[in-house]
Design a protein around this ligand. Structure first.
Ligand code: AMP
Ligand code: MN
Ligand code: MN
Ligand code: MN
Length: 271
């Protein structure tokens, strides 16, 4: 089986709507995917409908944003119940907070002489975007000619260390793990950072972390092996995925994880 357990749709900062993500996954020869939009499960129902009666299994997922000592920690939730009140509650809070935060970032950019409008950012995000994110702002900066590419927008204006950056400030990692557990899911650390990796992992495990994302397209072999060994020594589950946000990130299915590599996780989900 070929899997990709980290994908975004227009419900957050992805470019394709959930049904189109499903189509692209089938086209790309994937057997199992997880839709993991930032802080929302709003795309799950449409993805489920689109996958019904076709050769694709959909794992219900989410990528929860949390902050820790000023840095971003993302926690993936798999096998969650999207209808659980805790998920709906988090989605509502995140929708509000992410809009307020992007408004604040637009203000800060204006203070720096970069005159973008919040309404134009909303237009970039499109009508289905429940979770507004920095990529929507980056696309508007590109459209207006302030930068030539989305990565340049992060480098020059909205990356984590820049004056216009405002943190999502939604949850602590511990709360993110609790949220996922409350909705019946397993919680895995998305794209673990190299900075303070061992200390952070120990703390997250103390807070109930179930696993880490090991397989990513850009990970070096050495880093993948290190993550795999860390998972083994802590008795953690492993997952993997492309973190695909749309065709700009390449063809869906070119990066794939095999079921043998993530057998423990699949077993937890009843596969
Ligand atoms: P947010 O959740 O609003 O803080 O935005 C984070 C998102 O921005 C990530 O999920 C990526 O989709 C995107 N992103 C983060 N860093 C970069 C970067 N350096 N270049 C392009 N996109 C990025
Ligand atoms: Mn994203
Ligand atoms: Mn992430
Ligand atoms: Mn992601």
């Amino acid at each position: 089986m070929n899997l990709d357990l980290h994908l975004h749709s227009t419900a957050s900062d992805g470019k394709l709507d959930p049904a189109a993500v499903v189509d692209a996954a089938i086209e790309g020869g994937l057997d199992v995917i997880a839709l993991t939009d930032h802080d929302t499960v709003a795309g799950i129902a449409a993805a489920r409908t689109a996958s019904q009666g076709r050769n694709l299994d959909l794992i219900t997922g989410i990528e929860v944003s949390s902050n820790w000592d000023g840095s971003e920690v993302h926690i993936l939730g798999y096998f969650i119940d999207p209808d659980h009140p805790s998920m709906q509650g988090h989605g509502d809070r995140a929708r509000e907070r992410r809009a307020t935060r992007l408004r604040a970032m637009v203000e800060r950019l204006r203070d720096q002489g970069v005159d973008v409008s919040f309404d134009a950012v909303l237009e970039q995000a499109g009508p289905d975007a429940v979770s507004l994110g920095r990529p929507h702002l980056a696309r508007e900066l590109e459209r207006r000619g302030f930068v030539e590419s989305v990565p340049e927008a992060f480098e020059r204006f909205i990356g984590n260390d820049h004056p216009a950056y405002v943190s999502t400030d939604l949850l602590t990692p511990e709360e993110a793990i609790e949220l996922i557990h409350s909705a019946g899911g397993v919680a895995l650390w998305a794209h673990p950072s190299r900075a303070d990796f061992d200390d952070r992992l120990r703390a997250l495990v103390r807070h109930g972390l179930d696993g880490i994302e090991v397989f990513r397209p850009w990970n070096s072999t050495a880093w993948t092996l290190r993550l795999r060994e860390a998972a083994r020594s802590h008795g953690l589950l492993v997952s993997g995925g492309s973190d695909w946000h749309g065709p700009d990130d390449g063809v869906l299915g070119e990066f794939r994880v095999s079921s043998e590599d993530i057998a423990g996780l699949l077993e937890r989900g009843g596969f």
